[in-house]
Design a protein around this ligand. Structure first.
Ligand code: BG6
Length: 472
């Protein structure tokens, strides 16, 4: 097969404000939940921002955005995914008036992208709830957050209505089930959080997301607004029928979020789940109507697949992203234990398209690895990251297959196109980028940028619209 990507396919890269902007308290920004989470997912939460928190400085995109966007343009990016830090716009989340300096920063970034014809893809909330909303309201557990979010989205949609077309409401909304603090700003420790409050918090986010779709389309009918899930397809560990049923159930745990976003109502299978778990989601009368504002596209991150089994002895979770499952004996894993499965990407693309018949967008994919900076024969600092090139090549070949299968795909943005701080472990040494940033976990480094070998590789892939990818 010769590899073909559609005309106008959006090639690019993805980031999140809290993992790369830095300037955590600059120009009126309030603290976000990340500013007191120095070691990532598994805590601890500190009383104040501490120097060992790599996110406080990030890679200083806040001051270096021009240089970075120039490099993205050199690679030929058609799209760049970034998030707006909510607490840069509303420092406490519940403020009445926005912070003009924060709004101006994103104006500058969008203008810079426009200079090079790069389309912004904006995540409205990417693991960076304003800290005050977390502490004072227990994050999304409180229904009031819907109103604060409404105010926030109205502000940014109005301000950027002619600069941004593609929006994502919540990053990996399904991850809140596993990481309620990071994903939904829930202050109550996970072990003490009842399932009732957890699903109520999720309900509030789902309503807020649908409300954002409604408001966005009113402000600019041309907006394309999508949902996003953390995509981890599940395979049955064996062909035992009960493993297949378990797989279906495990899939539903993730997909129910996208089901609501696409179908505008709760799926019937959740009735049973809620009943069995004594959960009664409280829904205000108007919320049923709000949920009917369905998304224009479905986006997802993809790093790994996992297995499901009904056998309790074998049901032992492996390493992995926020969501993980039983390791697949046929797959190898990355240095961080995330199982590498290019065909899983073709599988989930087909699964989501069969289920939703909506355009899809892969908004994260990539390999987190330790890179070694070397001097090449021309005296330039670089990284020979063939492992990253192979990983991305193999995944993109499967993407091309999925497109041939009939999947409608808007674009593909690799995660951390420029090195940034890891979300799960808050390490800097877990690098994903085409661009190396000189920064180390002890805080040392010049923050200088260097092109890795993959930089030119991706540039060539984009220029050829994927035609030069190598099939096995
Ligand atoms: C996704 C998140 O789950 O995975 C990103 O949306 C995150 O924020 C990415 O950075 C990669 O995970 P990690 O833990 O390697 O940074």
């Amino acid at each position: 097969m010769s590899i073909k990507f559609p005309e106008g396919f959006l090639w690019g890269g993805a980031t999140a404000a809290n993992q790369f902007e830095g300037a955590y308290n600059g120009d009126g920004k309030g603290l976000s939940i990340q500013d007191i989470l120095p070691k990532g997912l598994r805590g601890p939460i500190t009383a104040e921002p501490t120097d060992d928190n790599m996110k406080l400085i990030g890679i200083d995109f806040y001051h270096r955005y021009k240089e970075d966007i120039k490099l993205f343009a050199e690679m030929g990016f058609k799209v760049f995914r970034l998030s707006i830090a909510w607490s840069r716009i509303f420092p406490n989340g519940d403020d009445k008036e926005p912070n003009e300096k924060g709004l101006q920063f994103y104006d500058n970034v969008f203008d810079e992208l426009a200079k090079y014809g790069i389309e912004p893809l904006v995540t409205i909330s990417h693991y960076e709830t304003p800290l005050a909303l977390s502490k004072n309201y227990d994050g999304w557990v409180d229904r009031k957050l819907i109103g604060f979010f409404e105010n926030y989205v109205k502000t940014i949609f109005t301000r950027y209505k002619d600069k941004v077309k593609y929006w994502i409401t919540f990053n990996e909304i399904n991850s809140a089930l596993h990481s309620p603090y990071m994903s939904a700003g829930v202050w109550t420790p996970k072990e003490q959080l009842s399932k009732q409050d957890l699903y109520q918090a999720m309900h509030h986010e789902l309503v807020a997301s649908a409300l954002a779709v409604k408001i966005g389309h009113e402000i600019n009918p041309k907006f394309k607004i999508g949902c996003m899930i953390l995509g981890v397809p599940n395979y049955p560990l064996s062909s035992m029928p009960s493993d297949v049923i378990k797989t279906m159930q495990q899939d539903r745990e993730n997909l129910f979020f996208a089901d609501i976003h696409v179908r505008g109502k709760y799926p019937r299978y959740m009735d049973k789940f809620f009943k069995e778990n004594n959960i009664e989601v409280k829904m205000e009368p108007e919320e049923e109507e709000i949920l009917k504002n369905t998304v224009d596209f479905v986006s997802f991150s993809y790093y790994m697949s996992s297995c499901a089994t009904s056998d309790t002895d074998k049901n032992k979770k492996g390493e992995g992203n926020i969501i993980s499952g039983v390791p697949n004996p046929y797959l190898k894993a990355s240095e961080w234990g995330w199982q590498i499965d290019p065909e899983g990407l073709r599988y989930i693309l087909n699964q989501l398209y069969d289920r939703y018949q909506k355009p899809l967008f892969i908004v994260e994919n990539g390999l987190g690895a330790v890179d070694e900076l070397i001097i090449d024969e021309n005296g330039n600092m670089t990284v020979n990251d063939d492992y990253r090139i192979n990983y991305l090549n193999d995944h993109l070949v499967q993407v091309a297959d999925a497109i041939e299968d009939g999947v409608e795909l808007i674009g593909y943005t690799t995660w951390g196109c420029i090195d940034l701080v890891s979300a799960s472990t808050a390490e800097f040494k877990k690098r994903y980028g085409f661009i190396y940033v000189d920064r180390n976990d002890d805080g040392s480094g010049t923050l200088k940028r260097y092109k890795k070998k993959s930089f030119n590789w991706y540039k060539e892939v984009i220029a050829a619209n994927g035609a030069n990818l190598k099939e096995k």
